[in-house]
Design a protein around this ligand. Structure first.
Ligand SMILES: [Zn+2]
Length: 271
């Protein structure tokens, strides 16, 4: 069992590298299949593409022209590696059901969650870098979340724990996150939140599936966003265009709340 988080970390690091490449492809509308240096177009070989290891060995520089690759590549590999591994360690749903059908469903549910994490990482990097949430990865995340909800509810049906109440709770989550953000977006004329933020809230709310968890996600994201904003607020010269890009904080808040949901339930006695 101890090997699974290690394997997931490596897998996450590989997909972290992939996610980072995807952001460049989306940005430059670059159709080339293989990764290359942004400056000299040197095509990376397999040994330049080993996640984390290659970056450390090359000290974050291109092998050919020594152009700095940037720390984002390394950070996204570590981030997704850790997220994959901790998703397994802190997975909030009990997998130990005797029914084999449910186990298959549980594995599929976990795999779709990992697929969602890859999409969220693309959005995280893109928003942190350029302050936008592109529509393609947003649609991908919504699709992953819908499949995840179907698998999750199918698991409830198989284990006879399905209740129509689940759908009411799902609706509650959608009311707190996407709908609230949509109103903020419309009311503020894109000043407080961007157009992508409310769409990003849809997959997050679907997977959280509960009014209170969505509320906690909102609270945690805002708290993280405020903490990150403190250094910029103390600066004397405020640039008018400077605003906090909220996508990464929503994603971080979502991860924290999703993986600690059992603890939240215990602490606040929602059930
Ligand atoms: Zn180069």
């Amino acid at each position: 069992m101890v090997f699974i988080p290690i394997i997931l970390f490596v897998l996450g690091a590989v997909f972290g590298s992939f996610a980072c490449c995807q952001t460049w492809r989306l940005r430059n509308r670059d159709k080339s299949k293989r990764s290359h240096c942004q400056k000299c177009s040197y095509q990376l070989t397999w040994y330049d593409n080993l996640p984390i290891i290659s970056w450390v060995l090359l000290k974050g520089k291109c092998r050919k022209c020594s152009h700095r690759i940037g720390v984002t590549e390394l950070l996204s590999e570590i981030f997704l590696g850790l997220t994959f591994a901790s998703s397994f360690i802190f997975w909030p749903f009990a997998p130990s059901d005797p029914s084999a059908g449910l186990n298959g469903l549980a594995v599929a549910e976990f795999a779709v969650f990992l697929a969602l994490l890859i999409g969220l990482t693309v959005l995280f990097i893109y928003d942190a870098r350029w302050g936008e949430l592109p529509i393609k990865p947003l649609i991908y995340c919504v699709a992953c979340a819908v499949i995840w909800v179907l698998l999750h509810q199918a698991g409830h049906i198989v284990s006879n724990s399905f209740s129509p109440n689940n759908m009411v709770e799902l609706l509650g989550a959608l009311l707190v996150l996407p709908l609230l953000y949509y109103f903020l977006y419309k009311l503020s004329n894109e000043q407080w939140v961007g157009s992508g933020d409310w769409i990003l809230c849809i997959p997050l709310a679907l997977v959280l599936g509960n009014f209170w968890l969505a509320f906690f996600c909102l609270f945690t994201s805002n708290l993280l966003g405020c903490l990150a904003a403190i250094p910029t607020l103390t600066k004397k010269h405020k640039t008018p265009q400077h605003k906090i890009h909220f996508g990464p904080f929503l994603i971080l808040g979502f991860l924290v709340v999703f993986l600690s949901q059992n603890l939240i339930y215990q602490l606040f006695y929602f059930y």
